[in-house]
Design a protein around this ligand. Structure first.
Ligand SMILES: C[S@@+](CC[C@H](N)C(=O)[O-])C[C@H]1O[C@@H](n2cnc3c(N)ncnc32)[C@H](O)[C@@H]1O
Length: 200
């Protein structure tokens, strides 16, 4: 989907992904010492705002201006110190060239073509400082048959192994797992990868 299609989707409903942060982002980021985070494809900003609430300085990037407008509106209800810690960036993550300046990169439910995904993961790894952490969560390929929701195009879904292969030897993989997420009475299958940059 291009930016215009995402804008149209965000215009149709208020808070598509909900206000609370993603469970796996919470699970893997809660115990990290706060620093600088990059949220690639931040959407309405639920994860970026949660990180800012916990003291992180966050650059939150999305190519949907409608999503970012919503994110800013939601952030307006937070205290000034939280608001000031998030920089909302209107940009395409496939062409982003961030500095190597981050302690954490979060990518949640970003689904691109294989080549674009590889490029974005390489960008994410390059953006991380030594010991920096990458958390990627998305709709698993197996979700198509065995889970609910998510994109229905198998070309843009992935498994943890696909993500690990894309990352290559750029980092030490700490977690590569299938995760079940409960959606009402149904279940969705997510792919989760967490890695740490160990080179200098
Ligand atoms: C399923 S939403 C997830 C939003 C957020 N990460 C979350 O978990 O709540 C996917 C987001 O990816 C964004 N996106 C897709 N392709 C993008 C690209 N090439 N550059 C920037 N944002 C992109 C969309 O605008 C959308 O906000």
């Amino acid at each position: 989907m291009d930016a215009a299609a995402w804008d149209a989707k965000y215009e149709r409903a208020e808070l598509i992904w909900g206000a609370p942060p993603n469970d796996m982002v919470v699970e893997f980021c809660t115990s990290l010492p706060r620093g600088r985070a990059l949220d690639l494809a931040c959407g309405e900003g639920r994860n970026a705002l949660w990180l800012a609430t916990r003291g992180w300085s966050v650059d939150a990037v999305d190519f949907s201006s409608v999503a970012l407008t919503k994110a800013v509106r939601i952030a307006a209800t937070a205290t000034a110190s939280i608001r000031e810690r998030v920089r909302w960036v209107h940009a395409d993550v496939t062409t982003l060239t961030p500095e190597r300046n981050y302690d954490l990169v979060v990518i949640a439910y970003l689904h691109l073509s294989r080549t674009e995904r590889e490029n974005v993961l390489a960008t994410a790894v390059r953006a991380l400082k030594h010991e920096g952490i990458l958390v990627i969560v998305g709709h698993h390929s197996a979700n198509l048959k065995n889970g609910v929701g998510g994109p229905q195009d198998p070309e843009i879904l992935y498994s943890p192994d696909d993500l690990v292969a894309d990352i290559g030897d750029g980092m030490r993989i700490l977690v590569a797992e299938d995760r079940v997420r409960h959606v009402g009475d149904s279940a969705a299958i997510d792919a989760l990868v967490v890695g740490r940059v160990t080179d200098e």
